[in-house]
Design a protein. Structure first.
Length: 333
């Protein structure tokens, strides 16, 4: 079968397939990325890491940037508003194994924007440029940047910041096609991704609301994006990644797994998180994941309620196993 899309090239790094897992704070830790990568991702990105926090190098922060695992290539994302602090942080993450350093100009969360980080940087394109130039000068690997359309509807600065990024030596751009003020409301407007693609020569990664394999491929084709990035829709459904990869490889998209198979994988995911993080940290994180794997299982709402009350991993896994047995006996009947 011949491929239907080309690899993404980020400087000297070739990414195949051009399918990227979105950075998601509190979600895309190393275990999660390693679990999802084999479904068919070309590139994974860490949760964002505060450049300020890297000055202190706490154990938790260092764990977030340790990139000596199995995924290659991997990108480490940084946020902050000070060019020199960002440059220092970039050097540290590069030493800790990042193949790519990604700059976050997209986060709308108040804890980030109140210190002018994330999407708040987009209110000051000069500052964005200074940060990008400092980071590019600090490392010997490609630097990329992820942004939104702008702070608010009244000032969509993504094209201006993209051109400055290109001039500063940034090697690829991701656009989540919403404004910061929108948070996650409304729809991502892929027309802006098409506009960005026409405005710059460096690769563009389109992001926002991709939750179906055929729609994702259509969005990529119509916008001209060089790659697509998937976030929320992969949670509890990593098979979406495999379906898109199938289409990129010129095959039919594989069918979605049965509910019982989804839940069997939820247990694999649970055990991997337990091994890596221990029970106290894995249980709260796995509540949200299992809740998503349970989506569309009959009685999901009650199961989720029970799950939220369980504090022990064994009990949560037993609940999932019991659900699988029920699904199978329903099927047999
Ligand atoms: C829980 C969560 C955490 C996120 N954390 C980050 C982050 O650390 N860095 C970042 O650039 N974007 C972050 N995002 C935004 C996603 O990367 C992505 O741009 C957004 O979810 C839109 O893509 P989607 O519609 O495919 O989910 C986060 C999104 C969610 C839902």
């Amino acid at each position: 079968m011949s491929h239907t899309v080309s690899p993404l090239r980020i400087g000297p790094i070739e990414v195949w397939p051009p399918l990227v897992l979105a950075p998601m704070s509190g979600v895309t830790n190393r275990t999660m990325r390693a679990l999802y990568k084999p479904f068919g991702l070309g590139l994974t990105v860490t949760e964002f890491v505060s450049s300020n926090a890297l000055k202190f190098g706490s154990k938790r922060t260092m764990e977030m940037i340790d990139q000596h695992g199995i995924e290659r290539p991997v990108s480490t994302q940084l946020w902050g508003d000070d060019p020199q602090t960002m440059a220092h942080a970039a050097k540290v993450v590069r030493e800790c194994g990042a193949d790519i350093v990604d700059i976050n100009f997209g986060c709308p969360a108040p804890k980030v924007t109140k210190t002018n980080g994330g999407s708040a940087c987009m209110r000051d394109p000069d500052r964005c440029e200074a940060i990008m130039r400092a980071v590019v000068a600090a490392v010997d690997c490609p630097v990329t940047m992820k942004m939104r359309l702008g702070w608010g509807e009244d000032r969509l600065v993504y094209l201006e910041i993209a051109r400055r990024a290109q001039d500063a030596g940034v090697r690829a751009l991701t656009l989540h096609a919403r404004t910061a003020r929108q948070f996650y409301k409304g729809d991502a407007d892929w027309e802006h991704i098409a506009r960005l693609k026409r405005a710059v020569e460096i690769p563009v990664i389109g992001n926002g609301d991709l939750n179906d394999a055929h729609v994702a491929m259509r969005r990529m084709r119509e916008s001209g994006a060089d790659a697509i990035m998937l976030g929320r829709a992969t949670l509890g459904n990593p098979w979406l990644i495999a379906q898109i990869r199938d289409l990129m490889e010129g095959c039919d998209a594989r069918p979605s797994p049965s509910a019982a198979d989804r839940l069997r994988y939820a247990i694999v995911h649970y055990r991997a998180m337990l091994d890596e993080l221990g029970e106290a940290r894995a249980v709260p994180q796995m509540r949200k994941h299992v809740a998503l794997y349970l989506k569309s299982v009959p009685g999901a709402a009650q199961l989720r309620e029970r799950l939220m009350r369980l504090d022990r991993a064994d009990d949560a896994i037993a609940l999932v196993e019991e659900t699988i047995a029920r699904l199978e006996s329903d099927l047999a009947a």
